[in-house]
Design a protein around this ligand. Structure first.
Ligand SMILES: C[S@@+](CC[C@H](N)C(=O)[O-])C[C@H]1O[C@@H](n2cnc3c(N)ncnc32)[C@H](O)[C@@H]1O
Length: 217
C-alpha cells in the first residue's frame, strides 16, 4: 500500500469511529513491545512507521523524547491529536521510512512495529536504522511472522511482505554492525485474549505469531 492508500484507510477509520475512539489500531502498544522496551533507560527514541501513534505516545508517556515518522499525513495528523489528548509531546514527521534521514542524530531506542514492505525495502530500512543507534541503544522490530498465515489470526496475507527470523537477522549486516549485536531474533506468540489488539483481532483465532528482533548497540 502506498501513502495515499494508507491515508484513505486511516481517514475511513476516523470517519467510522471504528475501534477505540476512531483509531485504526489499539491505543497502546502490543504487550511484547511494552515488555521488551520497559527495562530500557529512557532517552531519545525514534518510532519508524508510527501510524496513528500508539507506540510513540506510550514511549513519550514513559519518559522518552520521541521522534515519530510515517508516510501517511492522515495518520500523523491523527497521531498529533491523540498525543495532545494524552498530554505528551512527540516530534511527529511525515516521511518515507525508506528515505527519511535523522540528519546525524543518534537514538537510544528505535522501534519499527508492523512495517511490512517488500524485502529489499525492509532490509534497507533496518540496516539504516541500526546505523542510527547511539552507543548502548536498542533497535526493536516487530511484525507479523510468515507462520501467522496458519493461525487464522488477522494480518497481511501476502507472504512476500511477512517476516521470518531469518529475514530479520540477515537484514542486519554484520559487517556494518560494529559493536552491535542481535540479542533476540525469534518467532513470538501473541495471545489474543490479553494483547491490546486482541479483542479486535477476533476471527476465532486465540493467538497470532509475530517475529521479534532486538539489536543492542
Ligand atoms: C500496520 S501499520 C503500523 C503502525 C504502527 N507502527 C503501530 O504499530 O500501530 C503500518 C504503518 O506503516 C506505514 N508505512 C508503510 N510504508 C511506509 C513507508 N515506506 N514509510 C513510512 N511509513 C510507512 C503506514 O502508513 C502505516 O501507518
Amino acid at each position: 500500500m502506498d501513502a495515499t492508500e494508507w491515508d484513505t484507510r486511516y481517514r475511513l477509520a476516523r470517519e467510522a469511529r471504528a475501534g477505540e475512539a476512531g483509531r485504526l489500531w489499539s491505543a497502546v502498544p502490543a504487550q511484547i513491545v511494552q515488555d521488551t522496551v520497559s527495562p530500557f533507560t529512557p532517552g531519545r527514541a525514534l518510532d519508524l512507521a508510527a501510524g496513528d501513534g500508539r507506540n510513540a505516545i506510550w514511549l513519550a508517556g514513559h519518559g522518552w523524547t520521541v521522534t515519530a515518522v510515517d508516510f501517511s499525513a492522515e495518520a500523523i495528523g491523527q497521531a498529533g491529536a491523540h498525543s495532545a489528548e494524552a498530554g505528551v509531546a512527540v516530534d511527529w514527521q511525515v516521511g518515507d521510512a525508506t528515505t527519511w534521514d535523522p540528519a546525524g542524530e543518534g537514538f537510544d531506542l528505535i522501534t519499527v512495529v508492523y512495517l511490512h514492505l517488500p524485502e529489499p525495502g525492509l532490509r534497507s530500512v533496518l540496516a539504516r536504522a541500526a546505523g542510527w543507534l547511539s552507543p548502548g541503544g536498542h533497535l526493536v522490530v516487530l511484525g507479523h511472522d510468515r507462520a501467522n498465515l496458519d493461525t487464522g489470526a488477522p494480518g497481511p496475507t501476502n507472504p512476500d511482505i511477512l517476516y521470518t527470523p531469518e529475514l530479520l537477522r540477515s537484514s542486519i549486516d554484520p559487517a556494518s554492525l560494529g559493536a552491535c549485536r542481535v540479542v533476540r531474533c525469534e518467532t513470538v506468540r501473541r495471545d489474543l485474549a490479553t494483547d491490546p489488539e486482541g479483542p479486535r483481532d477476533g476471527a476465532g483465532a486465540t493467538f497470532a505469531l509475530d517475529t521479534l528482533l532486538v539489536v543492542d548497540a
